[in-house]
Design a protein around this ligand. Structure first.
Ligand code: NAD
Length: 417
């Protein structure tokens, strides 16, 4: 098939490359010249295991190229060229209203409307609020081109892959394909079966939209439980990780681990899209969001207490990790940043360590130097590099171990587990 993927980010570029490997002819579209140039030079412009190699291979076969999107798209891609459009565009949450910002999806749809001729399949992969496949895709197309009413198939197909293992999961995870009509569902299922090794399951668009949000909202609530428990345990002077390990010996209990909060642009964002649909019916989801969003401030308070307890006039704090999860450079919605910002605003002398970034808003320090200079250490992201710290490096320093990586270090004076 001739497929255009709109958005060449963390999800869109791997999808384009996987489709090209499966034998489709793929044109990737993005408004970032750097993303377009990278694909046309046969590489990825961000790091993901195996991605640059796959893009190089797909580009070399002639199955993958990229063009600049936006208003100039009709100059860069012939009308009627693509049989399928796949939208992998950002859907952030507006932090004031807690509602989805569908601006990028709507702009992406607007840009491809002039290219449509009828008969296409349009797939929305972006995690979206309920009803978006209709309101933010189909309705826009039909408002601009009423003659295309009933002539285009629309499906929602949520992406479940995880950065760091995207290429494997994109192919091996089970997929949901939810069409606005049964015919659209059947066509979407056929498309995904051309490269998916997991099961491809057809359903309605509303079901697929809600399942995606449900998966992440469920994880948010479970992590909120662990985060709340960590506050209670600290208050009681017991180790939360021991409590969880012991409770998990119950055959039907499986508590997750607490951390510095919840980050990433999925789990910290998607529950809001359910709340948006039913604010009065979702007190649990809203409380979970508040618990997880409140955790960084609590961690910062524990750090300030420990710093004060050193008795030094200007104690130095080493903050380990900015990324929202281990071993990636992705900072989106990262609770580590919220902790660092809270400490910086309070005037704390910081040594920030993030081995996956070359630079950031504050100067970054090498790990061992930061620890050597620190009076207090706070762990914010469980990067492997932090876990491999040489024995003795913590040498009795107070550690706020928000992500629980120094549990078995006799040299760490752990004040928060
Ligand atoms: N990254 C993940 O782990 C993940 C996992 C599951 C679902 N998702 C969802 O997938 C969607 C995409 O996420 P992502 O991480 O790939 O985002 P991203 O920000 O990495 O990529 C989006 C890309 O879209 C481009 N873009 C923006 N507006 C455009 C337009 N009008 N035309 C063409 N290109 C445009 C951006 O330049 C960017 O390259 C989001 O809804 C996200 O919630 C992401």
């Amino acid at each position: 098939m001739k497929i255009a993927t709109v958005g060449l980010g963390y999800m869109g570029l791997p999808m384009a490359a996987v489709l090209a490997r499966a034998g489709h002819t793929v044109v990737g579209i993005d408004i970032r010249p750097a993303a377009v140039d990278a694909v046309n030079a046969g590489r990825a412009d961000f790091s993901e295991v195996g991605l640059t190699e796959l893009v190089a291979e797909a580009h070399a076969t002639g199955n993958l190229k990229a063009v600049l999107g936006g208003e100039k798209l009709p100059e860069n891609l012939p009308k009627g060229w693509a049989e399928v459009y796949i939208l992998s565009l950002p859907t952030p949450v507006d932090h004031t209203t807690h509602t989805a910002d569908m601006g990028a999806v709507r702009a992406g749809v607007q840009s491809l409307i002039p290219l449509l001729q009828g008969g296409e399949l349009i797939v929305l992969e972006s995690t979206s609020p309920l009803g978006a496949t209709k309101t933010d895709v189909q309705d826009l197309v039909e408002a601009a081109r009423p003659e295309l009413k009933g002539k285009i198939d629309y499906v929602f197909c949520p992406e479940r892959a995880i950065p760091g293992n995207t290429l494997f999961e994109m192919v091996h995870n089970d997929r949901l394909v939810g069409g606005l009509t049964p015919a659209a569902t059947a066509r979407g299922v056929q498309l995904y079966q051309t490269f998916c090794k997991g099961e491809v399951i057809g359903c309605t668009a509303t079901e697929a939209e809600l399942v995606k949000l449900t998966e992440n909202a469920s994880r948010d609530v479970q992590i909120a439980f662990a985060n709340e428990l960590s506050l209670v345990c600290q208050h009681l002077g017991v180790n939360v990780r021991s409590i969880i390990a012991l409770a998990n010996r119950h055959p039907r209990v499986n508590i997750l681990q607490p951390a510095a909060g919840v980050g990433g642009h999925c789990i910290a964002v998607d529950p809001w899209f359910i709340v948006q649909a039913a604010p009065e019916l979702t007190p649990l989801l809203q409380t979970a969001r508040a618990v997880n969003d409140g955790k960084p401030q609590w961690v910062a308070e524990q750090v300030k207490k420990a710093a004060k307890a050193t008795g030094k006039a200007k104690p130095v704090v080493a903050a380990l990790g900015l990324a929202y999860k281990p071993d990636v450079d992705d900072l989106r919605e990262s609770p580590s940043i919220a902790v660092v910002e809270a400490l910086r605003t309070a005037g704390v002398e910081l040594r920030v360590v993030e081995p996956h970034l070359k630079s950031w808003n504050l100067p970054l320090s090498p790990l061992e130097q930061a620890i050597a200079e620190a009076d207090v250490v706070v762990t914010l992201t469980a990067h492997k590099a932090f876990q491999e710290l040489p024995a003795g490096a913590l040498a009795g320093k107070p550690v706020i171990d928000a992500v629980g990586i120094y549990a078995n270090r006799p040299d760490a004076l752990r004040v928060v587990m």
